[in-house]
Design a protein around this ligand. Sequence first.
Ligand SMILES: Cc1ncc(COP(=O)(O)O)c(C=O)c1O
Length: 402
Amino acid sequence: MNTEEIINSEQEYMLQTYARLPLAIVRGEGCTVYDPEGNAYLDGVAGIAVNLLGYHYQPVIDAVCEQAGELIHASNLYYTVPQVELAKKLVNRSGFSKVFFNNSGAEANEVALKMARFYGRRKYGNRYKFISLSRSFHGRTFMTLAVTAQEKFHHDLEPLASGVRYADLNDLASLCQVLDDEVCGIIVEPVQGEGGVYPAEKEFLEAVRALCDEKDLILIFDEVQCGMGRTGRFFAFETYGVKPDVITLAKGLGGGFPIGAIIVGEKIVSITKKGDQGSTFGGNPVCAKAAGVMVDAVSQPELLAMVRERGEYLKKELHLLRQEFPGVVTDFRGLGLMWGIDIPGKAKKCVELMLHQGILVNAANDDTIRLLPPLIIKESELALIMNGFRKVLPALKMPGIG
Ligand SMILES: Cc1ncc(COP(=O)(O)O)c(C=O)c1O
């Protein structure tokens, strides 16, 4: 099928929930993807923080093919080897106690919230509320939507799941205002992704940790997007030096295969009972095998150091870009290989223009471009992305465009 045929079929047969760009991807290699016509696109999005080691990463392909030949699925009625091996790797890597697997980021957060509520109910009886932070995004199931503090995701879905209070990111006073005796947990993205790439401040996370210790609350770090090496450490909590009670992972964990994980400390272990949670596919042998390869690869200190270096490079480049395009590029934020670039009102237009240049970037919303390239991206490839911006941004200065 060519691009036009693919787009036509999608429109004819698929429920129209996605506002897709007019690009069909049929294969990839390194940080480049190709459409059916053979056109190449340099990828600054990595399948939304999934293709951490780029496309066609041979060790994952080999592991998955081998596992598929052995056992594709068995269910969680029984034990399987890839799952327990992956759990051991994540426990050793994190220094936490235990792991539970499911299939996606939303599901991982859903389980994390359930565990926090189990803790609150089982230990205190009346604790059930969650606090989440402005601009957060935690998924699209009903509970994760409720803790997603962005109204645009709530439209026409009210009433949302109850028991959620919102506070402002990096504002402890606003958090204390909504804290009462019925709160069981606080959910935080250490670096917010979908909201436009807003890193939490270290002092804020430290203060939230101290508060959770004082009140015996469960602190959940949603590392679905910012974990797995993206900040330049395996876990984002390591970048901040603040340890939560629960970490959620998904996206890049499976190297493209769907798997989510929650990693918990002793507080959660102490209240967990058989039957508290289950999943048909969670920790499926093929996905777990792929994830095992990813955990080993992303743990490499050389790779993590490179992510931090690339982050410094991008920071300098974005500083220059803002100077070169005053009034168009108004701000930028981020760390490692996770950056938001504010181009108010014109982010979506910018994405389209970049696509015409053969470069994929994402608009977190109409005001902010998000860069989430594969962790293996070279400095020369980042330079190509920056030059792409230099080519398209002059058009966005002109009145009437965007
Ligand atoms: C921080 C964060 N949490 C949760 C999710 C939901 O993950 P999924 O789409 O795998 O359900 C996302 C997805 O973008 C995310 O960025």
